[in-house]
Design a protein around this ligand. Structure first.
Ligand code: ADP
Ligand code: MG
Length: 216
């Protein structure tokens, strides 16, 4: 999945080396918590795996493909079809209902049809929000918004689900519910979550610490 990945950012003095020769290999059904201090490069790594930010050196492979070798248009399609992302802040569109937000990844691949609307309804049901479909994000609680964001991330049935501090803004009880959902809905996918939450890391099972640019 990642082989010899390096990421440096230019600075006025010398380059800041955030990831140094990092390797990571996961297959479907595996779940990994990435822990490590703030600023250690967790978000940088997730951005590289999400095909949003090319590594400075090294290779990324997702479903045996090198996404960074694709044209911009093919890469956008690849990302929309294969990768789901859940952020610390839900990043829902405020003017769209829960249902519309869940359908957004479909719109990135074309139009949403009847089957897509049915699937969005099923996903909202699976996150326990059937009766909130027509609510705007401002009419939902923090935990409910994050559940919509999870349903949205799963809309295109991604093989890779990346979560950047998915419970960072939630209280302990709500976090436990979100962790349960992530585990239940990622059964046949690769799930990687960067987290400061000890309980989320424990629930995911496998855990690696990002320290000085390496996964320990
Ligand atoms: P984490 O998610 O573990 O808190 P980040 O991946 O956000 O860490 O950041 C790792 C390091 O890279 C930090 O020192 C941060 O300041 C730096 N960094 C992140 N993005 C950029 C950027 N676009 N340009 C320069 N430095 C960056
Ligand atoms: Mg981060």
């Amino acid at each position: 999945m990642a082989v010899g990945v390096c990421k440096s950012y230019p600075t006025p003095a010398e380059p800041l080396h955030v990831l140094r020769d990092l390797d990571l290999s996961l297959s479907r059904g595996q779940r990994l918590a990435i822990v490590g201090p703030s600023g250690s490069g967790k978000s940088t790594l997730l951005n590289i795996l999400s095909t949003l930010d090319a590594p400075t050196a090294g290779q990324v492979r997702i479903d045996s493909e090198d996404p960074y070798a694709l044209s911009a248009k093919a890469l956008a399609r690849f990302r929309a079809g294969r990768i789901g992302f859940v952020f610390q802040d839900h990043h829902l569109l405020p003017q769209c209902t829960a249902m519309e937000n869940v359908l957004i990844p479909k719109l990135a691949l074309g139009r949403a049809n009847r089957d897509d609307i049915a699937r969005a309804g099923e996903l909202l049901e699976s996150v326990g929000l059937t009766d909130r479909q027509t609510h705007l994000p401002s009419e939902l609680s923090g935990g409910e918004r994050q559940r919509v964001a999870i349903a949205r991330a799963l809309m295109n049935d991604p093989s890779l689900l990346l979560c950047d501090e998915p419970t960072g803004n939630l209280d302990a009880r709500t976090s436990a519910g979100v962790a349960d959902l992530l585990i239940r809905l990622s059964e046949h996918r690769v799930l990687i979550a960067a987290t400061h939450s000890e309980s989320l890391a424990q629930r995911l099972g496998e855990r690696r610490a990002l320290i000085e640019g390496h996964l320990q």
